[in-house]
Design a protein around this ligand. Structure first.
Ligand SMILES: [Zn+2]
Length: 371
């Protein structure tokens, strides 16, 4: 069960600590990832658990602190590899992004395409991307499961994002498809074991457009071929203790599902868990046709039917504006409000989980590996 990551070395029955070199600073010093290894006395799977790739999303750090205890290490079969701060620059400055990479750090993981020779007219990968490539090599080498902790909007419901599973249409297409379907079935089980609400990521075309296939968990699923989920733990900058607790419980249940912890699943309490009875994907809705002030008529977690009122539009003096009320065009449930109440035309005012009709398992587009 020898396992090392950076300077951290796992020891059976213990929690050990260390750091993984990330990015060297030009003025000396460096950003390093804090690494926690919790290893049981019995051999078993390796479960990766990370948080803080977006610097304003803090709940996951607390979840890792509360999950990993000496009692857990005592009962554990296998090893947990935890990194509570994937983006130290963002966390230190309380910014979503790292100041040394121009873009979303959660779109930097490998996409499976063959490496191309460098093009002097294109920006080469940033120091952060190169560091995440090194980190992903370790994930690919050691991980049996992966869970990445995030936060969504202020006051939003705790949920997991279920990624789409992609497969290659090469000479092994039938085998690739069968493996993708088996992996997707494992994802469904992992969602059920965690026990929070479930939202599917965008349908495949938009998923690729948004580079979501280069997120931590999509790379784990589609490149490392292991079950992985992204958890969204409500408010980022002011973690809700109920969500933190329910996430710790959910993760312990996932570890049980993975046969890494003994005992029966514990109930998830203290948070809203929404199951409308059909799969849902997310969408920004109730887009205002005119500039206005919005009064929300729904709360996070509310189940919504077509035609239900979502928001009321007023002018700054408080008078009804335009059509007055915007009604839902979809059935589903409310993940959260979008931030603020002051909106320009076309802006979404509610973030909803709506019925998902897209395939969870789909082939890569024909030109994907040629681009
Ligand atoms: Zn995030």
């Amino acid at each position: 069960m020898s396992l090392t990551l950076g300077a951290a070395v796992a020891r059976p029955g213990e929690i050990t600590y260390g750091e993984f070199d990330l990015v060297e600073h030009p003025l000396g010093g460096s950003d390093r990832l804090p690494v926690i290894l919790a290893q049981g006395r019995q051999d078993g799977p390796t479960f990766w658990l990370t948080a803080g790739i977006h610097g304003v999303e803090h709940a996951g750090i607390q979840v890792i602190h509360k999950l990993i205890t000496p009692e857990l290490a005592r009962d554990l079969r296998g090893t947990i590899v935890a990194i509570p701060a994937l983006n130290p620059a963002g966390l230190r400055t309380m910014q979503r992004l790292a100041y040394y990479h121009d873009g979303d750090p959660n779109r930097l993981f490998p996409d499976g395409k063959p490496r191309k020779p460098p093009d002097p007219d294109k920006e080469p990968p940033s120091a952060l991307e190169l560091a995440y490539v090194r980190l992903f090599e370790q994930i690919q080498k050691t991980a049996s499961y992966y869970f990445d902790l995030h936060c969504a909007g202020t006051g939003s419901v705790s949920f997991v994002f279920r990624d789409r599973v992609l497969y290659r249409k090469d000479e092994d297409e039938a085998k690739n498809k069968a493996e993708a379907e088996a992996l997707d079935a494992r994802l469904a089980e992992m969602c059920a074991a965690y026990g929070h609400s479930v939202v599917c990521e965008f349908p495949v075309e938009r998923y690729l457009d948004e580079k979501l296939h280069r997120s931590t968990t999509s790379a784990a699923i589609n490149i490392a071929h292991i079950p992985a989920l992204t958890a969204e733990l409500g408010t980022g900058h002011m973690p809700d203790p109920n969500i933190v607790r329910a996430s710790v419980t959910g993760l312990r249940n996932v570890l049980r599902w993975a046969d890494m912890l003994p005992g029966n699943p514990e109930p998830i309490t203290g948070i809203k868990v929404v199951d409308p009875g059909f799969p849902c994907r997310h969408r920004g809705v109730a887009r205002v046709p005119q500039s206005c002030i919005v009064h929300h008529l729904v709360e996070p977690g509310d189940v919504v039917q077509v035609g239900d009122p979502l928001v009321e539009m007023r002018d700054i003096w408080g008078r009804s504006a335009g059509e007055g009320v915007l009604r839902s065009e979809n059935e589903g449930w409310v993940i959260g409000r979008t931030h603020g109440i002051v909106f320009y035309p076309t802006q979404a005012t509610v973030w909803m989980a709506i019925r998902d009709e897209g395939a969870m398992v789909a082939p890569y587009p024909d030109d994907y590996f040629k681009e």
